[in-house]
Ligand binder design. Sequence first.
Ligand code: GSH
Length: 200
Amino acid sequence: MMKLYWAPRTRSLRALWLLEESGAPYERVRLDLSTGAHRTQEYRAINPMAKVPALGDGPVVVAESGAICAYVADAYPEAGLAPPIGDPARGRYLQWLFFSPGCIEPAYLTKSANITVRPETAGFGDFDRVFDVLDAAVQPGPWLLGERFSAADVLIGADLHFGMDIFKIVPERPALRAYVDRCLARPAFQRAKAIDAAGL
Ligand SMILES: N[C@@H](CCC(=O)N[C@@H](CS)C(=O)NCC(=O)O)C(=O)O
């Protein structure tokens, strides 16, 4: 059975939500970050970055929340969370999966640390461009791939939830708000949030 190494109120929420969407059986191993449980040699063998989340699945070990979402979506195709290889939608799907760590994360970092970078040299351009692009991408709706909900919505939806609802660094826009609200209304998201809040 898959084993999710996680901690509440962290980026683990993305992996939790994806696992809940997948319907696949998994168990949770909660790490207490306050005691440094993620810095042990034993855990570093699972994630050398000493960060949560990470996932074990038999002989497979995968860290980085985006990679965990991609792995589970491909490993459990019956959940329909990833267009398969050969499906034209796979291109945009991969684009949005990588947009989360490649563009949204650095945009948040520069905003919260108040760092200015030249848009020509920054891979994400600048903060406003990232959210202009996302705003346009979710306009047709309901999901990034149209009618098809995918693991990319888990990553981007969770990122927007963090940015708009928790850290409040992404200004409200009608299309982004409606998209995040659709994400928050999903039963799997609500289960993940309840698990996160209970810390269990
Ligand atoms: N790029 C990683 C980032 C993971 C990450 O930053 N995890 C934080 C919690 S949100 C963590 O484990 N912090 C504990 C520490 O660094 O001591 C991912 O997306 O999974």
